[in-house]
Design a protein around this ligand. Structure first.
Ligand code: ADP
Ligand code: 5GP
Length: 215
């Protein structure tokens, strides 16, 4: 089976970063594409691990050089996926897991049509607000921007292949993992399927031949 891209999108606070981290710990067949962003690092975020933190000038220069497979302005900052990151992970034979917004997901899917698009839904608006507030990563004004943007982001759910409700974290991680397993078994992703089936048919013909002779 060849490796494929997997996108997780959700309104801010929906849990995609948490789900992605857990999946990356569990599965050696996954790699993460580290995005570029112009937003300031949060406490505990490490440059090159969580994001590559760029100023606007550097981001726009990289964009103009065509280095992004997709990019978008989200909540007032630029975010983008480097083509080199995607190639690095796929080149190592791993599925490339990306945490990107709804605009970026659309662009990326056009460029890489074998991408699996998964939308993570919060169990309720109240829980989303509570999780986002508890994360303490944004001040009140920025948090309000993210909640307002969530309305438009939720309207994009119909463009995704799968929907996972992040109520219980373990269950949500299991479900995303199951989607990746099932996608790897799609007939168009199975490596050398025709040769495999031809081999089976040849064996079966041999068995039929022997059986019909009474063996
Ligand atoms: P996103 O990356 O989608 O913005 P995060 O992964 O940062 O969201 O999650 C937002 C907050 O909610 C974090 O503090 C995270 O620990 C918490 N969280 C995520 N999933 C769950 C869950 N299933 N139950 C409880 N808290 C959760
Ligand atoms: P945060 O600031 O909370 O880390 O992310 C804000 C939003 O930007 C989220 O919706 C997240 O999915 C999105 N995002 C993160 N990286 C990328 C990226 O490379 N491209 C795009 N288009 N969106 C991204």
């Amino acid at each position: 089976m060849s490796a494929f891209p997997v996108i997780l999108s959700a309104p801010s606070g929906g849990g995609k970063t948490t789900i992605a981290r857990s999946l990356l710990e569990r599965r050696a067949d996954l790699g993460y594409s580290v995005s570029c962003t112009t937003r300031a690092p949060r406490e505990g975020e490490v440059d090159g691990r969580d994001y590559r933190f760029l100023d606007r000038e550097a981001f726009l220069a990289a964009r103009d050089r065509g280095e992004f497979a997709e990019w978008a302005e989200v909540h007032g900052n630029f975010y983008g996926t480097m083509r080199s990151e995607v190639e690095r992970v796929l080149g190592a034979g791993r599925h490339v897991l990306m945490d990107i917004d709804v605009q970026g997901a659309r662009q990326f899917h056009v460029a890489f049509p074998d991408t699996v698009l998964i939308f993570v839904l919060p169990p309720s608006g109240e829980v989303l607000k509570a999780r986002l507030s508890a994360r303490k990563s944004e001040d009140r004004a920025k948090l309000l921007v993210r909640l307002r943007n969530a309305r438009a982001e939720l309207g994009e759910v119909g463009h995704y292949h799968y929907v996972v409700v992040n109520d219980n974290l373990d269950k949500a991680v299991e479900q995303v993992s199951a989607i990746i397993d099932a996608e790897g078994l799609r007939h168009d992703r199975v490596h050398a399927l025709e040769a495999q089936v031809e081999g089976l048919i040849a064996q079966l013909e041999q068995e039929i031949h022997l059986f019909s002779k009474g063996d």
